[in-house]
Design a protein around this ligand. Structure first.
Ligand code: IPE
Ligand code: IPE
Ligand code: MG
Length: 245
């Protein structure tokens, strides 16, 4: 698109959901369609995360949670996994450098211990720096699995019971939520999955209890702010009943 075609962004669909979650899927197919290696798709997907996160901040969303690497994604080739880790490192270094300007706070959901040490350190620094700011927050799910998250929470509670610090009958849904990576963060209002797949793939299993879902065939690197606006407009047309009438 030439500079003469550049249009001002369409006004945001209102109201803006407080928390949107997106499965960043379709990078591989995006690359394949162009005869490029899958890693080129991950690079394009990472750039697109920057664009969409900025857009979410600008329209006044509070939280954007993205699924970037699942507990199952280790099944991929060592080459692909290391390319993804390299892109994450690049993204975090840039995010750290620009956080003061961009005001995009970052938090991580997942077991980071399995990531390269350098990435763990960067994630810790990014999170620390984020705490100095308020406002829009992006949560990046890395080595994240919804079942893994729930099992860890169950273990943590069992350990407290074994230590005599808690009793099983005292556990509530709110108390359990506080043991998850997402503690303190409202459940996602809207979960978007691009790339045509109609499944959750182990994303936010607990938190998705009353989320609205939006699926689109658009591949993640091609997913634009317009696509997000469409999803939000669709979301705004729905009636959320939470079990009521
Ligand atoms: C999502 O894109 C990125 C990760 C899972 C890390 P994919 O790599 O799954 O892309 P497709 O599904 O093969 O197109
Ligand atoms: C889900 O996508 C995980 C991420 C986007 C990080 P996958 O591509 O791994 O999911 P499946 O294999 O199609 O279910
Ligand atoms: Mg995929």
């Amino acid at each position: 698109m030439g500079i003469f075609n550049r249009k001002k962004a369409a006004p945001a669909a209102r109201p803006v959901p407080r928390h949107v979650a997106i499965v960043l899927d379709g990078n591989g197919r995006w690359a394949q369609k162009r005869g490029l290696p899958r890693t080129a798709g991950h690079a394009a997907g990472s750039e697109n995360f920057r664009r969409i996160a900025t857009y979410c901040r600008d329209i006044g969303m509070d939280y954007l949670t993205v699924y970037a690497f699942s507990t199952e994604n280790w099944k991929r080739s060592a080459e692909e996994v290391s390319a993804i880790m390299g892109l994450l490192k690049k993204y975090l270094l840039e995010a750290l450098e620009k956080m003061e300007r961009d005001h995009i706070r970052l938090q991580f959901f997942g077991d980071l211990h399995r990531l390269p040490q350098e990435l763990q350190d960067l994630a810790a620094r990014t999170w620390e720096t984020s705490q100095r700011y308020t406002g829009f927050q992006a949560n990046i799910c890395l080595n994240y699995g919804g079942r893994d998250e729930i099992v860890r929470a169950a273990r943590a509670f069992a350990a407290r019971c074994a230590a005599g610090e808690a009793r099983p009958e005292e556990l509530t849904e709110a108390g359990f939520s506080d043991l998850l990576y997402s503690r303190g963060i409202p459940d996602p209002d809207l979960i978007i999955r691009p790339s045509g797949e109609l499944r959750l793939s182990n994303f936010l299993l607990w938190q998705a209890a009353y989320s609205e879902f939006y699926f689109t065939d658009v591949l993640w690197p091609d997913f634009t702010p317009r696509d997000l606006e469409r999803a939000i407009a669709d979301f705004n047309g729905r009636s959320r009943r939470f079990g009521g009438v």
